[in-house]
Design a protein. Sequence first.
Length: 313
Amino acid sequence: MEKDGQLHNDKEQQPEIQADVEPAQVCGPNTTPYVVRPGDTFFSIARQFGVSLDALVQANPQIPDPSQIRPGQIVCIPRVTCPTGTFAYIVQPGDTMFSIARRFGVPLQELIDANPQIPDPSRLVPGQTVCVPISAPPGPCPPGTFPYTVQPGDSMWSIANKFGVSLDALIAANPQIPNPALIFPGQIVCVPRTTPPGPCPPGTFAYTVQPGDSMWSIARKFGVSLDALIAANPQIPNPSLIFPGQIVCVPGSKPPPGPCPPGTFAYTVRPGDSMWSIARKFGVSLDALIRANPQIPNPNEIFPGQTVCVPNR
């Protein structure tokens, strides 16, 4: 393995992805056009981009004889699917494994280990897919915030707008992000809660929003009018946009009966919890915990503030 400095500086003679191709030569979805260079073969191209030879042949039905390609011809490169725990990054001109590792704050060796499909980490190709490990946060978000996993297309501005907080407040809650203009899918952003930490005002009770809830469904669930529910929650700037874990104040004299059935007790999900960690925490099997919570459609996705019913031991 070459040293970090060599990985950083070795950029010469990188083949390039075709940026502008004729309409008739445009590759299909989930592929990237590559211009054949002198000496290229399907085998060498497949090896260069870390895809199988069969996948490369299947992505190019327009080439009748894969053993006969010529310089200047367009070959469509299938995009690599990154495994769980990583996200896909498309190599840009001038990128190296060192610069990508530094950009996303992961150790260089960890980045190399996550990309066994790249035979020579010192030679990246613009348009190539690099799988970047998602760095786990050092701990749960601080009190008064909840963790949000960045999705493709997100920005700090769009996240602030999504959850009804100011951009300044969102940036201030995330000092671990050195450049707020540069966030990436899979990263954790701590979002300030817009609801007060104290109880709801007299004449209402607190309800924790569950996945799939809307103000309309909550109003219907508790038998109150939508107008009354909205009026009781002036702290929610956009009633059409609520999120799991948020507190909604429901008009009424007392909260509804406990959500969990006999033989179980209610547990409120905390930042960093998973069904596996909750099962382990209370000494029950994961299968038993999942069976006790049929209201959770996807046990892999639970949210802070959500209620999980834990079987009694």
